[in-house]
Design a binder for this molecule. Structure first.
Ligand code: ZN
Length: 169
């Protein structure tokens, strides 16, 4: 089984509080990629950055004082055109998801591909976590379906992932 992890394709990261033109631009590629995984041999997992009303008091909030992905708000949601009726969603309170790794530990799979936002924060964090836990499996990232906080940090994260033997397409 191949797994596609769609990282944090949430309104606040696309065109909301922390949106970018680059994030908006990858949406069609992301939808095409998800469609490619839509058969019974594969599994599509979504992650959602998930904060509460106390966001500004958290360590992340002190470093990035822009409230985003607050549970229950529009910005926390994933657009229907991206969710496409899938319902396997893992909410995570920080960049990398230990819950995602634990989920993967309990299923059989051969490969995992990651796409989404942001390349330089949550995509790289989760790719490295998965690579650390499953060093003998193929972990790949499709750069045409990812966007970073800036184009420069997007490229830097792709370089870091390549150096860590993640297959960057
Ligand atoms: Zn966040």
């Amino acid at each position: 089984m191949k797994i596609l992890v769609v990282v944090d394709m949430q309104n606040d990261f696309i065109d909301g509080a922390l949106g970018t033109a680059e994030a908006v631009a990858i949406v069609p590629n992301v939808i095409e990629k998800i469609k490619q995984y839509e058969n019974s041999d594969n599994l599509v997992i979504y992650t959602k950055d998930t904060h509460l009303e106390n966001y500004m008091d958290t360590r992340e909030g002190k470093h990035l004082p822009v409230p985003h992905c607050i549970k229950g708000t529009e910005g926390h949601g994933i657009p229907d055109e991206i969710l496409r009726g899938h319902d396997l969603i893992i909410e995570k309170p920080t960049f990398g998801s230990v819950e995602l790794v634990r989920y993967l530990e309990n299923i059989e799979f051969d490969e995992v591909e990651l796409i989404g936002l942001c390349t330089d924060i949550c995509v790289v964090s989760n790719a490295l976590l998965i690579k650390a836990r499953f060093p003998e499996l193929e972990v790949s990232v499709d750069s045409s379906c990812c966007a970073g906080v800036t184009p420069a940090t997007h490229e830097a994260a792709l370089t870091t992932m390549k150096m860590c033997q993640i297959n960057v397409k």
